[in-house]
Design a binder for this molecule. Structure first.
Ligand code: 6PG
Length: 471
C-alpha cells in the first residue's frame, strides 16, 4: 500500500484523500484549514488507510517514506506554483510532485522541465468527475515521465473509476500530454452541454414545453445512443423543484453561464493546430454571450424577442422530439470527430504518440462526458479505426442516418429565431467535410489577386503560379 502526501483539502482534495484511504493507502494531508483536515480525518476513521493531519510542509515531508510522492490539488496557476515553491526545498532528488488540477499544459511542461532540472519528478494529471468522482472513482489522465508514473500508478488505479473492472486511469505520454487531454475533455464537455442547452431551448421556446415535460424527454433519451451522464443529469436538473417557490428550479436559474478557461484554451490550441473546433468554439461563444445579460435585455426591447414557436414545422410533438433526438446524435458525432482529430493533431505535432483508444477508454466511466458513445469510440480505435470517426462504419452510418434530421431541426430553428450555434456548426462542418470540391479556389484567387500569394492549377499540381489578374 502507498503512503502519499496530499496538499489542498478542498472539496476535491477531501474526497480524493478519503477515496485513497478507502483503498488502503495512507495520506498525509496539508491544508491552510486544520478544521477541514480534521473533518476528513474524523469522517475517514473507519477507512483502511490512515488520514494524517500535518501542520506544515515540513511535517508533511517528514511523514512520507522516501522516495516521496506529493499530490497537489489546488487551483491551477499561481496557487500551484506557490505550493511547488514551498515544498521544493524540502524534497530530495527522486521525489515526485503530481499536479491533479486543471493546469494549462504548457505550464505543466515548464514545471516538468524546472523540477526535472533539480532531479525531482513531476506529473501533470487531469482528474474528472467532480467531488463525487474524486470520492468514489474519477477518470484520471496522466502525463510525465514513465518512471514517475510507475510510482503512483497502483494507488491511482485503485482510486479511479472502473469500467467493467478496468480502471479509467492511464498514462498517455510525456510533459503536458495528460493536461492537454483533460483540457480537450473539458472542451468536449462544453460542446455536449451546449447541445443540451440548445435542445432545451428548442423544447422550451420552440415547442412550448414545461421543464417537467423536458425532463421526461431527457429521461427517455437515456434509452438510446445519447445515454450519458450529462443527459442523465439534464433530466434531473429539469425535473427539480425550487424549494422556495415550488416552481421548476430550472426556471429560477439566472441564464449567465460561468467558465474557468479550459473550453477557451481548447479552442485556442486547436486553432494553433489548424484543426476544426467549431462545436467547442460555438459553446464558448454562447457562454460569452450568455454573460452579457444586460445588453441582451436592452437589445430585446429594440428588436423584440428572437425565438418564436416552431408551430408544426417539425411535425407534431412526438415527431419533433424524435427529430431532435436524431439531430442531437448527429451533432454529437461531429463534436467527437473534431475532438479526436484535435487530439490526433496534437499527438503528431508534439510527438506524444497518443493512443486514441486508450483516451476513449478512460472516458468511459468516472468523467463528466462518460457515455455509451465513448465505449463505441474505443471499439473503433481498438479495431484499427482511423482518427476521423466519420470513416468508421458505426459513426459513418449514424451520420448517414441522422444528418437529415440535423438539417431539418437546424433549418426550422434558424427560421424561427432559435439560437442553435452548436447544431449549426455541426451541420456546416459536416457539409464541408463531405464536399470534395470546396469554395477555397475563390479564396486562393482573391489572395493571389491582391497579394500575389500564388495558387496551384488543377492541371499542374505542385507548381505555384499567378493568375491573369493584372497587366
Ligand atoms: C471535470 C470538470 C471540471 C471543470 C468543471 C467546471 O472534468 O470534472 O470538467 O474539471 O472544472 O466542469 O468547468 P467550467 O467552470 O469551465 O465550466
Amino acid at each position: 500500500m502507498a503512503h502519499v502526501g496530499l496538499i489542498g483539502i478542498g472539496v476535491m482534495g477531501a474526497s480524493f484523500a478519503q477515496n485513497l484511504a478507502e483503498e488502503g493507502h495512507s495520506v498525509s494531508m496539508l491544508d491552510r484549514s486544520i478544521e477541514k483536515m480534521q473533518a476528513v480525518a474524523d469522517a475517514g476513521k473507519t477507512l483502511k488507510g490512515d488520514l494524517i493531519i500535518c501542520k506544515d510542509a515540513e511535517a508533511l515531508i517528514k511523514s512520507l517514506p522516501t522516495p516521496r510522492t506529493v499530490l497537489v490539488l489546488v487551483p491551477s496557476g499561481a496557487p500551484l506554483d506557490s505550493v511547488i515553491e514551498m515544498v521544493k526545498p524540502l524534497l530530495d532528488k527522486g521525489d515526485l510532485i503530481a499536479d491533479l488540477g486543471n493546469s494549462y499544459y504548457k505550464e505543466t511542461e515548464r514545471r516538468t522541465a524546472e523540477l526535472e532540472n533539480l532531479g525531482l519528478y513531476f506529473l501533470g494529471m487531469g482528474i474528472s468527475g467532480g467531488a463525487e468522482g474524486a470520492r468514489h472513482g474519477p477518470s484520471i489522465m496522466a502525463g510525465g515521465s514513465r518512471e514517475s508514473w510507475a510510482r503512483v500508478e497502483g494507488a491511482l488505479k485503485d482510486a479511479a473509476a472502473k469500467f467493467e473492472g478496468t480502471p479509467c486511469c492511464d498514462w498517455f505520454g510525456p510533459g503536458g500530454s495528460g493536461h492537454f487531454i483533460k483540457m480537450l475533455h473539458n472542451g468536449i464537455e462544453y460542446a455536449d452541454m451546449q447541445q443540451i442547452a440548445e435542445s432545451y431551448g428548442i423544447m422550451r421556446d420552440g415547442l412550448g414545453m414545461s421543464a417537467g415535460d423536458i425532463a421526461d424527454v431527457y429521461k427517455s433519451w437515456m434509452n438510446g445512443p445519447l445515454n450519458s451522464y450529462l443527459i442523465e443529469i439534464a433530466g434531473e436538473v429539469a425535473a427539480a423543484t425550487d424549494p422556495k417557490t415550488g416552481g421548476a428550479m430550472l426556471d429560477i436559474i439566472l441564464d449567465k453561464a460561468g467558465q474557468k478557461g479550459t473550453g477557451r484554451w481548447s479552442v485556442v490550441e486547436s486553432l494553433h493546430l489548424g484543426q476544426p473546433n467549431s462545436l467547442i468554439a460555438a459553446a464558448v461563444e454562447a457562454r460569452n454571450l450568455s454573460a452579457q445579460k444586460d445588453s441582451r435585455l436592452e437589445m430585446e426591447t429594440i428588436f423584440g424577442a428572437s425565438p418564436t414557436a416552431l408551430g408544426n414545422s417539425l411535425g407534431d410533438r412526438v415527431d419533433a422530439i424524435n427529430s431532435l433526438e436524431q439531430a442531437m446524435i448527429a451533432a454529437k458525432v461531429c463534436a467527437y470527430i473534431q475532438g479526436f482529430e484535435i487530439l490526433n493533431a496534437a499527438s503528431n505535432e508534439f510527438e506524444w504518440n497518443l493512443d486514441l483508444a486508450a483516451i476513449a477508454r478512460v472516458w468511459r466511466a468516472g468523467c463528466i462526458i462518460r457515455s455509451v458513445f465513448l465505449d463505441e469510440i474505443s471499439d473503433v480505435y481498438d479495431n484499427g479505426g482511423r482518427s476521423n470517426l466519420a470513416l468508421s462504419p458505426v459513426f459513418g452510418q449514424r451520420l448517414k442516418d441522422h444528418i437529415p434530421a440535423l438539417q431539418q431541426v437546424t433549418a426550422a430553428s434558424v427560421a424561427h429565431g432559435l439560437h442553435v450555434p452548436a447544431m449549426f456548426a455541426a451541420l456546416s462542418f459536416h457539409n464541408m467535410s463531405r464536399t470534395g470540391q470546396s469554395t477555397a479556389n475563390m479564396i486562393q484567387g482573391l489572395r493571389d489577386y491582391f497579394g500575389a500569394h500564388t495558387f496551384e492549377r488543377l492541371d499542374d499540381l505542385g507548381t505555384a503560379v499567378n493568375g491573369p489578374w493584372h497587366d
